[in-house]
Design a protein around this ligand. Structure first.
Ligand SMILES: C=CC1=C(C)c2cc3[nH]c(cc4nc(cc5[nH]c(cc1n2)c(C)c5CCC(=O)O)C(CCC(=O)O)=C4C)c(C)c3C=C
Ligand SMILES: [Fe+2]
Ligand SMILES: [Fe+2]
Length: 339
């Protein structure tokens, strides 16, 4: 039964992800990388040192190379990250609206590129939402991702006279529904392809220094991995964590995915299933780096079978997890409406 007196929504949802270039051209990639890599939460070096390096070398060499990689995964509808994020938002809006028995608007906001976090807030405001749940789609908290979303939210709020009430979800690395969704995607994959010698859990890396300075990301990755292994009833030798997407010369979290995959065949591991639990949505880093590049590394090193497990994307259990996370944040705003 609905007790709503006010026709405006009880609340709105801002789903946040990293963002992606507008098109797979060197020019658009350069624009995207300039914004992304100028964020001090991502690269925390002194701007006096970093900006000349970024503008003098990186932005003159990397965009052409990375644009080619984007072209290899781009779809007719656009960048995989954007296309899948839009589907997630649409499905989540349907499920939330059913839960709360009224239309709950869900908008996307990207940390870098379009649509921006500001644009997402504005769209929610246009739909009458005065209370907003911000859900960064990063299961494990890192200063380089989630804190950067928080910074952008705070920057937006500074620009408005009447700020909305905001709830912010920090992480969900150990949420039962997250582990259940991951476990379901692995068992579904095993049913179709069989089970490999090892399940490799490849998380996006960060500089080791960030962890030494207090970032809980690595610890949260290991908790996720252990909970998933437990749920799948895997023994210690049947799974392993590694970290991908290293950038720059500094030491990042280890073991590095590419190095490990090159070593495993010599240790007698000839087949692997690879899952990327830190990514809520397939993107360049999963579809190119892990699904294509890392596969080549493993097979070249003598591996026989390499199988990539897609991200949770718009899987039913993933949307259910997102719905639960929102409901947990919004329950005190909307308990009279929840059915
Ligand atoms: C420079 C340092 C980087 C840190 C720290 C970092 C952390 C981090 N990133 C993600 C998720 C994604 N990263 C993606 C692409 C990407 N990441 C970096 C660099 C850092 N990431 C770069 C330079 C790029 C762009 C591609 C390239 O030039 O290599 C993406 C994919 C975007 C897409 O368009 O598909 C995601 C998603 C996490 C989760 C994370 C820390 C935990
Ligand atoms: Fe990244
Ligand atoms: Fe990469």
């Amino acid at each position: 039964m609905s007790l709503t007196l006010n026709p405006s929504p009880a609340f709105g949802v801002l789903l946040v992800n990293l963002g992606t270039p507008d098109e797979p051209s060197p020019k658009a990639v350069k624009r995207f990388l300039r914004q992304f890599l100028s964020d001090p939460r991502v690269v925390d070096l002194s701007p006096w040192i970093w900006q000349p390096l970024l503008n003098g070398i990186i932005l003159n060499t990397r965009p052409a190379k990375v644009a080619k990689l984007y072209q290899s995964v781009w779809t007719p509808e656009g960048s995989p990250l954007m296309v899948i994020s839009a589907r997630q938002a649409q499905k989540l809006a349907v499920d939330l609206s059913a839960t709360f028995n009224q239309t709950i608007p869900v908008e996307l906001g990207m940390s870098y590129g379009n649509p921006s976090i500001d644009a997402g807030f504005e769209r929610l405001k246009d739909q009458g939402a005065e209370r907003i749940v911000v859900l960064p789609l990063y299961p494990q908290y890192s200063c380089s991702t989630v804190a950067s979303v928080f910074d952008a939210v705070a920057r937006y709020l500074k620009t408005v006279r009447d700020m909305p009430q905001v709830r912010f979800n920090k992480d969900y690395f150990d949420h039962d529904a997250y582990i259940a969704a991951l476990a379901h995607s692995v068992t579904r994959h095993w049913k179709t392809h069989g089970q490999a010698d090892k399940l490799l859990l490849s998380f996006h890396g960060i500089p080791l220094r960030y962890v030494k300075e207090g970032d809980p990301y690595r610890e949260q990755c290991f908790v996720t991995a252990k909970l998933l292994a437990q749920k799948l009833e895997l023994s210690e030798s049947q799974w392993q964590v590694c970290f991908q997407s290293r950038f720059g010369r500094e030491e990042w979290l280890t073991p590095y995915a590419d190095k490990l995959l090159a070593e495993l065949p010599a240790q007698g591991i000839k087949s692997v299933d690879v899952i990327c639990p830190a990514f809520a949505t397939d993107c360049l880093e999963t579809l190119e780096e892990i699904s294509i590049g890392a596969k080549e590394t493993f097979l070249d090193a003598g591996g026989s079978d390499y199988r990539f497990i897609p991200c949770l994307n718009d899987d039913e259990l993933h949307i259910e997890l997102l719905r639960q996370l929102i409901q947990e944040q919004a329950v005190s705003w909307a308990h009279t409406q929840a059915t």
